[in-house]
Every structure is written in structure tokens, then in C-alpha cells.
Design a protein around this ligand. Structure first.
Ligand code: EPU
Length: 417
């Protein structure tokens, strides 16, 4: 079993370069299957989720070649085959294949998607959108069969601005016949990135980045080149770390606007942070003030940084709280933070954090991706040694953690035990 071994409490200085956005890449890669041709994506993060998508592409007879930060996808020989559980369960975003195969072949058979266990994660809004386009959805025990004689543009109103349902609605709408309007759509930057790439492929889309997206379906889409935006959650994770043990720590290759909800809070609690066009510099600071945070859809405070920032709140002087409004089971990091010395209570969907408490290294488990990020930060600021188990979750979403952190002075290694 592979674990992360960390000796904490080292000052971090130098520069961390942020990789391409996981949640963009996992939508853009399936999107390439909508048309024939060659697609070159740059700034692709080298993480386990991308490995899983690559396997699915190869299974569908799509030609894939990967260099360090790019992927070239040739779709001319694609075959539509049922996607088995071994592939679909590897990540949540596997359900984007449902949309692209339905859109392209009018038939898809796929087992249930996977992803972190952070809540119920229903897909009713996606299925509602597929039906609005004219598809029939057959749910069997462990799989979905979705088929359509024809797909026609539709008015789709989402009950909540779901990222996944917005992506799936767009992926079908771009080649469905006629006009589609998606209301209460997600406004996350990754949606905008997807729409920009689809436009290069020939799609007609307006309104992305707002809650109403208008699409006019086109007959076919073609190959393109696209640079994936940088990962706002990876940027946020390392910025939080810098607020705790950074000394002129540079977080490079970021889009500051995408992490504004975080940097506003960091300024409010007294962090020393200087934001430039595509990087920021952060220094740790004593006497951080407590704060109350609520997660929300973009541009609100992202749920994906809720667990990482909880570690920071343990170091603020006084009582802080963080309310989780997106996922109902995203506090599995808390017992481990408490084991390390934090004083956190969970009250329904809120964490009440009593700071400031000293953290001490021990053995912990990364129960999900962002719980792993939270514990990684905790380990790096702790006295002594921490072992993090189940690191496969962390490696699903963070590229080259060990190299990036070692470069700025951390003592961290992956060990086989
Ligand atoms: N929801 C429904 N029905 C649906 C879809 C969603 O009730 O059909 C609910 C969910 O249960 C949740 C809320 O709507 O309460 C938002 O879910 P959303 O669909 O937006 O989430 P997602 O698309 O499954 C993406 C990211 C998550 C991130 C959320 C929220 C990807 C691959 N995943 O998930 O990222 O937390 O949006 O921003 O883009 C992560 O990276 O660690 C991660 C979990």
C-alpha cells in the first residue's frame, strides 16, 4: 500500500506552478468524441482521473497519445460500446460519456458513474435533460440504457445549477436539431472553458458564464486545439497552505478572478497576500482572525475548498464556522483533524472550529479527494510525522504533489508499506 509520509512544520518558499483544471479536463476530453477529427488539448493535468478517461477512450477505439502536459485524441475510428462498471466507476465525470455517445450515436449503455463519496450524487437532472431532448431512459439495476430516434433542441430548466447536468445538457444540445435554452445553468469557469472549446469545434453557444445558456444545434463538429484553464481548486489549496507556512510563496499560473471568493476571505482574516495578473505571493501571518464561511455555487465559496480551509480555521484565534451547502457528507476529514489536535464539532451541515490549536502528526486516512487535501495541509503544518493512507484519492486530483511541495521546502515522500 502506498502512503504519504510527511515531516511537518517546514517553511515553504519558492514557487508552485498550478496545473490545468481537473474538472475542465474531465469534461473537455469526452467532449472531443462529439465530432470526427484530431483534438489537441494542452495544460492537461497528469492525474489518475485523466488516466481513467484515457482507458475509456481506448476502449471506445479512440486513438489517444499523451505527452507531459498534452493529449492528442483522434476520433475517426470510434466505436460505440457499453461502458462497463470497471471504467464508469473510476470517476464521476465518466457520465459525460453518456451525453456524448447519446448525442453522436443516439444510443448509449453505461454502468453507474463513480467519484468521491461526499453525498448522494443523484443524476436526475441529467436524465431530465436527456428526456427533454427526446431520449428514452431505461434504468436497470446497475446500468442505464439511453436511446433516441432523434434529438431535438429543448428548453431545460435545472432544479439547481448542477455542474454535471449543465455539462451534459450542453454536450447533447450542440448537435441536437434546433434551439436549446438551459436555464438555472451552472456558471463555473469549467463550463465556460467547455463552451469555448466547443465553439472552436463549430458549436453555436451563447450565454455561458451566466445562468442562461442558448445553443443552436449544428450538424457536425470538427477537431481543434485548446489550452485548458488552470485549476482554481489546486491554486486555492496551495494558497491556503501558503497562508499557514509560506514565506514569499508564489502560486503561479492562476486566474485570480476564479479564486476571488477565497482570497477575499484570506484578506478578511488578516493574511498577507499580494495578487498579480497570473500569480500571487503569500506569507504566513500570526493572529489570524476567525471567520464564518458558507459554501455556494460559483462565484460563491467553492465546496471543493471547504475541507482544505478547515485546516486554516484551526489556526485562527477564536471560533470560526463553515457551512457546507452543496454536499451532505463532506466532513469525513474532521475526525482526523481532531485526532491531530484540532477542536471541531459538526452541527448538521456546519463545522464549528475552536482555534487556535496545535496540530501533531499521526496516522490519518484520505477518505476522499479534498479530505486528502485538508489532511495534507494539516500534516505540513503539524509538529512531527504524519502518514496519510488511501492516497489514491489525492492522486486523482492533484498533479505531482510530492515534486511540487519538495521544490518549495516540504519534507514529503510516497512510501510503500
Ligand atoms: N444534484 C442533484 N441532481 C443532479 C445533479 C446534482 O440533486 O442531477 C445536486 C448534488 O447532489 C449536489 C448539487 O446538486 O448537491 C451540485 O452537484 P453538481 O452536479 O454541481 O456536482 P458534480 O457535477 O457532480 C462537480 C465537480 C465536483 C464539485 C461540484 C460542485 C466535477 C467532475 N466534479 O460535481 O468536484 O464539488 O461540481 O462544485 O466537475 C472535486 O473536484 O473534488 C469535486 C467533487
Amino acid at each position: 500500500m502506498k502512503v504519504l509520509n510527511i515531516i511537518g512544520n517546514k517553511t515553504l518558499t519558492g514557487s508552485i506552478r498550478i496545473s490545468g483544471a481537473k474538472n475542465s479536463a474531465v469534461a473537455l476530453i469526452p467532449a472531443c468524441l462529439l465530432g470526427n477529427g484530431t483534438y489537441t488539448l494542452c495544460n492537461v493535468p497528469n492525474i489518475l482521473d485523466i488516466d481513467a478517461l484515457e482507458e475509456t477512450l481506448k476502449y471506445l477505439n479512440v486513438d489517444v497519445s499523451r505527452a507531459s502536459e498534452s493529449i492528442v485524441i483522434k476520433t475517426d475510428k470510434i466505436e460505440n460500446k457499453p461502458i462497463p462498471y470497471e471504467l464508469s466507476s473510476r470517476l464521476r465525470a465518466s457520465y459525460y460519456f453518456m451525453a456524448v455517445l447519446l448525442a453522436r450515436f443516439h444510443y448509449v449503455e453505461m454502468s453507474l458513474p463513480g467519484g468521491c463519496s461526499i453525498g448522494k450524487r443523484p443524476i436526475d437532472q441529467t436524465l431530465k435533460a436527456f428526456k427533454a431532448y427526446g431520449a428514452e431512459v431505461i434504468e436497470e439495476e446497475e446500468k442505464f440504457i439511453i436511446k433516441a430516434d432523434k434529438l431535438t433542441g429543448a428548453n431545460i430548466h435545472l432544479d439547481m445549477p448542477s455542474v454535471g447536468a449543465t455539462v451534459n445538457s450542453i454536450l447533447v444540445g450542440v448537435i441536437a436539431k434546433g434551439k436549446t435554452i438551459i436555464t438555472n445553468a451552472a456558471k463555473e469557469p469549467e463550463i465556460e472553458d467547455l463552451c469555448l472549446m466547443l465553439k472552436k469545434m463549430g458549436a453555436k453557444i451563447k450565454g455561458y458564464g451566466t445562468n442562461t445558456i442558448e445553443i443552436t444545434g449544428v450538424k457536425e463538429l470538427t477537431g481543434c486545439n485548446h489550452d485548458i484553464i488552470s485549476d482554481r481548486i489546486e491554486a486555492g489549496t496551495y494558497t491556503i497552505l501558503g497562508a499557514l507556512i509560506g514565506k514569499d510563496l508564489k502560486i503561479d499560473n492562476i486566474i485570480p478572478e476564479h479564486i476571488k471568493s477565497l482570497t477575499d476571505i484570506l484578506k478578511e482574516i488578516g493574511c498577507d497576500i499580494k495578487i498579480e495578473k497570473d500569480y500571487l505571493i503569500i506569507n504566513s501571518q500570526d493572529n489570524l482572525k476567525p471567520v464564518n464561511i458558507k459554501t455556494d455555487y460559483y462565484p460563491g465559496f467553492p465546496t471543493d475548498l471547504q475541507q482544505p480551509i478547515t485546516t486554516l480555521l484551526t489556526q485562527c484565534e477564536g471560533i470560526s464556522s463553515i457551512e457546507e451547502n452543496i454536499w451532505e457528507n463532506r466532513f469525513m476529514n474532521v475526525p482526523y483533524l481532531n485526532k491531530m489536535g484540532a477542536n471541531i464539532e459538526i452541527e448538521e451541515k456546519k463545522c464549528i472550529v475552536h482555534g487556535k490549536t496545535k496540530l501533531t502528526g499521526c496516522e490519518v486516512v484520505a477518505t476522499d479527494l479534498r479530505a486528502g487535501a485538508c489532511l495534507l495541509i494539516a500534516a505540513l503544518i503539524s509538529e512531527g510525522e504524519t502518514t496519510i493512507k488511501e492516497i489514491k484519492h489525492l492522486l486523482r486530483g492533484y498533479e505531482e504533489i510530492v515534486e511540487k511541495l519538495t521544490n518549495v521546502g516540504a519534507k514529503i515522500e510516497i512510501k510503500e508499506i
